[in-house]
Design a protein around this ligand. Structure first.
Ligand code: GYE
Length: 302
């Protein structure tokens, strides 16, 4: 595996680099893979001492975790920001304390001189790729949307990209609500949509696989056939989502790569060594049809 190869330096009995990592929570399969990736890359073998916090998707809890990292005097802080807004004060506090901050996954609205670097994905492009598939394969459909966590860059930018792709199409949006990126949320909101619109719905866009997987339960319980009565487009391409795609229940998935650990570890080391780093690093994603999912599944690492 690529797990233990960590980017040189550190370890060997030298002082470990203490990193506080403020994770969003554990809402999805994507998040589990992302946490795993960072824990592996920020391990002692690679020269790090990791202080891990998961905030259960509560912004105040996440900000409190970052404050506690500052008080503990960690060497660097890594944040996967739950929402875009609300970061200015605590990022200033970190800066005043001389502790560099690396953002991973989602972005913030705060000025970019308040953090050293960001590594993540192009969420707008993900939404746009999903929307392009829908326009090409399901134009004229009645659409419902399961949005990710309100105020998160992942949800905001995916919605923007999707809308862009749908401009000029005849897809009609019946409803759009947040399912908070969870299976449970996806299931509950889809149940509500089905009660309201019944079999009028023939297209679902879920901002992540987990909400789409939750919606599958609701759709099947309503006696409808996912993939036939309702086409489902999602984002992430985690294992269970890819399985649903291979099984013909999902119709299309846009990948979102959660394996950002090595890149984060590398950025932390470079920033602490005073080397200059890019402000933004975008990791490339791909897309999967049902046939491509069947082919890719056996060798997917997560
Ligand atoms: O798509 C979702 C997770 O921010 C890219 O957060 C991430 C999203 C991912 O909960 O499954």
């Amino acid at each position: 595996t690529d797990g233990g190869s960590g980017g040189g330096g550190g370890g060997g009995g030298d002082e470990l680099i203490t990193v506080g990592f403020a994770q969003t929570g554990s809402e999805s399969g994507w998040r589990s893979a992302n946490t795993e990736s960072l824990k592996t890359a920020l391990s002692e073998e690679n020269g790090f001492k990791l202080v891990f916090n998961a905030a259960d998707n509560k912004q105040e809890a996440q900000i409190a975790a970052v404050r506690s990292f500052i008080n503990q005097g960690v060497d660097a802080i890594v944040i996967a920001p739950i929402t875009v807004d609300g970061w200015d004060d605590v990022l200033k506090e970190a800066k005043d304390a001389g502790i560099p901050v690396i953002l991973e996954d989602r972005t913030v609205s705060a000025s970019d001189d308040l953090y050293a670097s960001w590594v993540g994905l192009d969420f707008e492009k993900e939404g746009e790729l999903a929307g392009q598939w829908a326009v090409e394969n399901a134009d004229g459909s009645n659409l419902v949307v399961l949005e990710g966590t309100t105020g998160s860059s992942a949800a905001l930018d995916r919605a923007t990209g999707w809308s862009k792709a749908l401009e000029g199409s005849t897809i009609k949006t019946l409803d759009s609500q947040t399912g908070d990126f969870t299976r449970d949320g996806g299931k509950k909101v889809m149940e509500g949509f089905l009660q309201k619109y019944g079999s009028d719905i023939n297209l679902l866009f879920a901002h992540n696989d987990d909400m789409g997987l939750g919606a599958l339960d609701a759709i099947e319980a309503a006696g409808l056939v996912p993939g036939q009565d309702i086409k489902i487009v999602t984002i992430d391409a985690v294992h269970d989502g890819m399985q649903a795609l291979a099984d013909g229940k999902f119709s299309f998935i846009v990948e979102c790569n959660p394996l950002l650990g090595e890149k984060v570890a590398d950025l932390v080391k470079k920033v602490l060594a005073g080397e200059s780093v890019d402000k933004r690093t975008i990791v490339e994603d791909q897309t999967f049809t049902q046939d491509q999912a069947k082919e890719a599944l056996p060798t997917r690492p997560y």
